[in-house]
Design a binder for this molecule. Sequence first.
Ligand SMILES: *Cc1c(COP(=O)(O)O)cnc(C)c1O
Length: 419
Amino acid sequence: MRKFEHVDGQMLIGGARAVDIVKRFGSPIYVTDEDAVRENYRAVYGAFAKRMPTRINYACKANTNLAILRILEQEGSCIDAVSIGEVETCLRAGFSPDRILYTGVNVSNDELRAVSSKRVPINVDSLSELERLSKITTELPLSFRVNPEVGSGHSEKVITGAKSTKFGVPKHQIIDAYARALELGFRPKGLHAHIGSGGQAVEPFIRMTEVLVTIAQELESKLGIELEFIDIGGGIGIPYRPEESVMDLDLLAEEVTGRIKAGTTARTIVVEPGRYIIADSTVLLATVVDLKDTPDKKFAGTDAGFNNLVRPAFYGSYHRVAVANKFDRPAEAKYDIVGPICETGDHIAKDRELPKLDEGDIIVAYDAGAYGFTMSSNYNMRPLCREVLVHKGEMNLIREKQTLEDLLRQVKVPSRLLV
Ligand SMILES: *Cc1c(COP(=O)(O)O)cnc(C)c1O
């Protein structure tokens, strides 16, 4: 869990005072510390790269801001993209097509055509997709996503590797899928699985790796395929709650690379962290606009709702919160931090012990960098909020707030309704 400095009771993010950020740009606002992104990237890359050649495919659905992508491009990262929109965004951010791997699910022919026309390799999710892709091109490097029948994640909604999910080629069909790919003229290069999002335990990764190693061995003995890479997907969790543990990256890397090196001829390991790289680099700042005491609870109403950060409402996720302008004060009362969306489920945090709150205080929600902004919405006709990058005290706006015009641009009214 990232530690934040403070001066005179004022929280600092990347050397800038949270209150100054809000004073200058308004709230709600996402604030990313550039150094933290680089540090996280280097931690995960370093743990694996000292054991075998490693490629990090940053899972950009966690956060696709172009400035964030530029930081990771500079670091040497590659990309896991799950849509043509993400592919095109990453190309625009300066990633060459060979540094992107597209892993879609239920991919349409239009999307297959669009992705392959950009020369971006496709990680195939089903036999149907393989057949459809073969009619478009067999030229690009090919890999398959297998369903390893090993699942893990912070919520039922994000466990992708279990037997009953929609993802990947079913394990019992995977050898046939490669055989069919050879018949169709493809050159299979890799094997991929992704167990889910947000576990801190090493054990599911070991079980998944064992499945991948067994498949790689069968591919070699039965089909003569020597894979170039094995991709263990993403899903490295972070401690959102104070009592949660951090993933032991060194142990994870040791257990996984050890098995791949001992059991296969694959030269490269691919890892696809999203959350681990970006979650704790970013906070959401919101202003307390309303205070309400009910017989049951004290509510602190802020200008941020589940339109800005949906994880608590959608997954029941926990985000640690603090008061940025009372950072050194002790807790005095228990609050629910809620937003302006007209639904009871709209909350950022529940039953939190905080210093006594006043209107105008700045609430900070931690670990908001992954699946924070990217999952925000225009519900209740609220514009998407600003994002700021801080670097050694310097603040740069990296996304403007939407305007009402932006929200209405694609809407059309038939002329008969205009009289
Ligand atoms: C979402 C996703 C990831 C990243 O998951 P995190 O939990 O953010 O690390 C990696 N690979 C694929 C295929 C994904 O869909």
